[in-house]
Write a protein that binds this ligand. Structure first.
Ligand code: PHE
Length: 340
């Protein structure tokens, strides 16, 4: 029995030394020292020994158990350390690697253009005001001197919600709202969405954007209107851009004008964009019709004013030389990300 014990001790010691991982080590421990292990089996065999040999054998078994346990513990510690080191090495993070790229959003080109437009007028002391997109006929047409039989009122041009309510066809109803609720001096711009029953094509969309301007005070003249729009054109498109006023008609302004800008593409030389004329029509304007002032409760003997309305899409196409309105609405990132 002593021999078996010695032999076992040696064999298990070797196995411990050879164990490659903590898992294998645990198996060795269970096989040698576990409840159903080799050493327990040997202890049971002690019953067959003569009683005087038993204490000596018992002592030997305990020594072997202690020796093996010590060895197991030492090996376990070493292997656990090795395994931890290997795990850390495998999980190592290279903090100098560049992180994943984050794509930042950017403003829509129309918003960039609108912000610039607003900036120019705010710089001249204008206040930004807004009005509803679903509007009473009263403000959209009536107070603006647009008579009942005017073609703009036709259901083919205007979206009707009911007999008295429309989707506003321009931003001019906001001037009517401002004139009926404020006292001069008035100096406002009103950017916003407008609706017309148009088929969508390269230059039309049933929903688009305008920015209205309205100034009312004593002694406001057409000269003020011209100077204002000249300065706007210069700040928006740069030096050398001029305005040209052509006589026109709007029921709510008198006199009225359509205003052209020097074609920014050819600087007035004449090109495809301006159809060879060197000018591009960009807005409607005029002196607020005295009858409109009166309807809105402002004394036309004391006050006069000018108004203008421009297309935000139009300004954007011109500013960025974009050939087709549809690009503004398709939201193709290849297009949008060019404008930051
Ligand atoms: N409301 C006009 C339009 O939509 C533009 C305009 C505004 C004209 C103000 C004159 C004065 O065409």
């Amino acid at each position: 029995m002593e021999k078996m014990l010695r032999e076992m001790r040696e064999r298990v010691m070797k196995n411990i030394e050879a164990a490659g991982g903590t898992g294998a080590l645990e198996q060795i421990r269970v096989a040698a020292l576990g409840k159903k292990g080799e050493l327990t089996a040997l202890l049971r065999g002690m019953g067959k020994l003569p009683p005087e040999e038993r204490p000596k054998m018992g002592q030997m078994v305990n020594e072997v158990r202690a020796a093996l346990e010590a060895q197991l513990e030492a090996r376990e510690k070493l292997l656990a350390e090795r395994e931890k080191a290997a795990r850390l090495a495998a999980e190592a993070i290279d903090v100098t690697l560049p992180g994943p790229e984050r794509s930042a959003g950017s403003l829509h080109p129309m918003n960039i253009a609108l912000r610039k437009m607003v900036d120019v007028f705010v710089g001249m002391g204008y206040e930004v005001v807004e009005g509803p997109e679903v509007e009473f006929d009263h403000y959209n047409f009536e107070l603006l001197n647009i008579p009942k039989n005017h073609p703009a009122r036709d259901a083919q041009d205007t979206f009707y919600v009911d007999d008295n309510i429309v989707l506003r066809t321009h931003t001019s109803p906001v001037q009517a709202r401002i004139m009926t609720t404020r006292k001069p001096p008035i100096r406002v711009i009103c950017p916003g969405r407008v609706y017309r029953a148009d088929e969508a094509d390269a230059t039309h969309s049933p929903v688009f954007h305008q920015m209205e301007g309205l100034v009312i005070d004593e002694n406001i003249t057409m000269g003020d209107l011209k100077g204002t729009l000249d300065e706007f054109a210069r700040q928006m498109f740069g030096e050398g851009i001029r305005t040209r006023f052509r006589p026109s008609f709007f029921p709510f302004t008198e006199p009225s004008a359509e205003v052209d800008l020097t074609c920014a593409n050819c600087k007035g030389e004449g090109c495809r964009m301006c159809k060879g004329t060197g000018w591009i029509e960009v807005l409607g304007a005029g002196m607020v019709n005295p009858h409109v002032l009166e309807m809105c409760g402002i004394d036309p003997q004391k006050y006069s004013g000018f108004a203008f309305g421009m297309g935000v899409e139009r300004m954007t196409l011109l500013k960025y030389n974009i050939p087709n309105l549809r690009y503004l609405y398709e939201n193709d990132l290849r297009f949008l990300t060019q404008y930051r």
